[in-house]
Design a protein around this ligand. Structure first.
Ligand code: IMP
Length: 423
C-alpha cells in the first residue's frame, strides 16, 4: 500500500527516523514539497546524516528516490548534498529530480532576509529563500530546473528577474546580488545535475501503473501549511496531504494510507502562536533531553506540552489513518505530564483550532495532568513492557483522537521503535 508520511505539528516531529524505519518496504520514495529548510535525520550504519533535499530512502540501493516538482531547489546546495552522500560510497543512480522543480536563486535568499527585516510580524524563517522562490512560482515568474539544464534559456530567464529584485533589495537597504557573481556556479551545478533531471510526472504515473509501492515523504508539518497552518507563521508550501497530489502529478488514487508523525510533546522553531509552550525549567529539561535544536539552523526549539486541539485538527485535515508517536522516552523523567484538551477563548471553552494567528495567540490551554512513569523506556521492545502510566498516556491519546498509534519511537535507533497491532 502506498503511504504518505507527514508531520502533524510544526515540523521536527522525527519524520526522518520514521521514514528511515519504514523506507525499506517501498520501491519509490518521493519528496513532494518544501526545500532545504527541511532537515531529516537518518542513520547510515552508525553514521548520523541530515538530509535536507534528498529523499530519506537514498541509502537503499533498490529504491527510486524522487525530488518531485513542488520541491524548491537550491542547485548549489543540492550538488553539495549529493557529493556528501557520494563521499560515503553510496551510489545515486536511482535518484531522479523533477525538471519542473522551481529554483531557489541567490536573490531569493537575500529577499528572504530583507523581507523578514521589514515585516511587522516576523516569521523567523530559515533564511533559505524558500518563501520568495514559491512567490515566484505563484507569480508565474519561476525559473525551473529544466531552464538551468538548458544553459541558454537560464541566463535570459534570470537576468530580468535579477534586475527586478535587485531594485527591491536595494530599496530595502540590502546588497544587490549580481548575476555575474553566481551564473557560472549555477551553470556548473546544472551540468552536474542534468543526468538526474527528468519529467517526474510521467515517470511517477508509469511506476504507479506498474504497481510499484510509494512512500511520500512530507517535510515540515501540517501546522506550517501555507493554507491550513498558523498563518502567517507558516512555510510557503503544502506539507499537508493535498501537497502530495499537487507536488507529484499523481492522482488521489495513488494514496493508500496516511501516517502522521507527532512527538509525545510539542515543539516549534521560529515565531508564531504556540498555546502549550513551556517557558520554564520543565521546558528547558525537555529541550535538553530531546536535543531540541534545529537540524537545519541549529536554533533552540520552543518546547511545550502535547496539544490535542492542534493534533486533532492536523489529523482531521490530513485524514490520518495511524499515528507514529516519537520521542516518548523524552518524557521518562517527569513527575507529571500535561496535555491540552481544550482552549479557553473569550471566557468560553473551545476545541476549535483557530489556525490564523490573531485568535490562536489569545487562547489559553485547558490541561489534563497525567502521572509521570519515571522509568527509562528507551530499551523496551514490547508494548506490554511499557510502564502502566505510559500505556495510559497512549490510550488517552488514541481514545481522544480516535486514531490508532501504530508506532512508538523511544530513541533515535531504528530498533528503538515498537510496532503495535493497529490494523
Ligand atoms: P521558511 O520555510 O524558511 O520560510 O520558514 C517559515 C517557518 O517555518 C519558520 O517558522 C521556520 O522555522 C519553519 N520551518 C521551516 N522548515 C522547517 C522544518 O523543517 N522544521 C521546522 N520548522 C520549519
Amino acid at each position: 500500500m502506498n503511504i504518505v508520511v507527514l508531520g502533524l505539528q510544526w515540523g521536527d516531529e522525527g519524520k526522518g527516523k520514521a521514514i528511515d524505519y519504514l523506507a525499506g518496504n517501498f520501491d519509490v520514495i518521493v519528496r513532494y514539497q518544501g526545500g532545504h529548510n527541511a532537515g531529516h535525520t537518518v542513520y547510515h550504519g552508525d553514521r548520523k546524516v541530515i538530509l535536507h533535499l534528498l529523499p530519506s530512502g537514498i541509502f537503499s540501493p533498490s529504491t527510486v528516490s524522487v525530488i518531485a516538482s513542488s520541491v524548491v531547489i537550491n542547485p548549489i546546495h543540492l550538488v553539495s548534498e549529493i557529493n556528501g552522500i557520494l563521499a560515503l560510497g553510496v551510489g545515486l543512480d536511482k535518484l531522479v529530480i523533477s525538471e519542473l522543480a522551481p529554483l531557489i536563486l541567490p536573490f531569493h535568499q537575500q529577499l528572504d532576509i530583507v523581507f523578514e527585516e521589514s515585516r511587522y510580524l516576523k516569521i523567523g524563517t530559515t533564511k533559505r529563500g524558500i518563501g520568495p522562490a514559491y512567490e515566484d512560482l505563484a507569480g508565474r515568474r519561476a525559473v525551473f530546473m529544466r531552464d538551468l539544464v538548458d544553459e541558454n534559456d537560464f541566463y535570459h530567464q534570470v537576468k530580468p528577474l535579477s534586475e527586478y529584485y535587485n531594485k527591491i533589495i536595494q530599496a530595502c537597504g540590502g546588497a544587490p546580488v549580481l548575476i555575474e557573481s553566481y551564473l557560472d556556479d549555477y551553470l556548473a551545478a546544472g551540468r552536474f545535475l542534468k543526468p538526474y533531471v527528468r519529467n517526474t510526472i510521467y515517470l511517477l504515473n508509469r511506476l504507479h501503473e506498474e504497481r510499484k509501492s510509494f512512500l511520500f515523504e512530507g517535510a515540515q508539518g501540517a501546522l506550517l501549511d501555507i493554507s491550513l497552518g498558523t498563518y502567517p507563521f507558516v512555510t510557503s508550501s503544502h506539507p499537508t496531504v493535498g501537497g502530495v497530489l499537487i507536488g507529484t502529478g499523481l492522482s488521489h488514487k495513488a494514496i493508500g494510507k496516511v501516517i502522521g508523525i507527532s512527538k509525545a510533546y510539542a515543539t516549534r522553531v521560529g515565531e508564531g502562536p504556540f498555546p502549550t509552550e513551556l517557558k520554564d525549567a520543565t521546558g528547558d529539561r525537555l529541550r535538553e533531553k530531546g536535543d531540541e535544536y534545529g537540524s537545519t539552523t541549529g536554533r533552540p526549539r520552543r518546547v511545550g506540552w502535547l496539544d490535542m486541539v492542534a493534533l486533532k485538527y492536523a489529523l482531521m485535515v490530513n485524514g490520518v489513518d495511524s499515528i507514529f508517536l516519537t520521542k516518548l522516552d523524552v518524557l521518562d523523567d517527569l513527575d507529571e505530564i500535561r496535555v491540552a484538551v481544550a482552549y479557553e477563548l473569550d471566557g468560553a471553552q473551545t476545541e476549535i483550532f483557530e489556525s490564523h494567528h490573531n485568535r490562536l495567540q489569545k487562547v489559553r490551554p485547558v490541561y489534563r495532568a497525567f502521572p509521570g512513569w519515571k522509568k527509562a523506556t528507551s530499551g523496551i521492545k514490547r508494548e506490554n513492557d511499557l510502564p502502566k502510566e505510559t500505556r495510559d498516556y497512549l490510550r488517552f491519546i488514541e481514545e481522544s483522537t480516535r486514531v490508532p498509534i501504530e508506532y512508538i519511537s523511544i530513541g533515535s535507533g531504528r530498533d528503538q521503535t515498537i510496532r503495535r497491532n493497529s490494523e
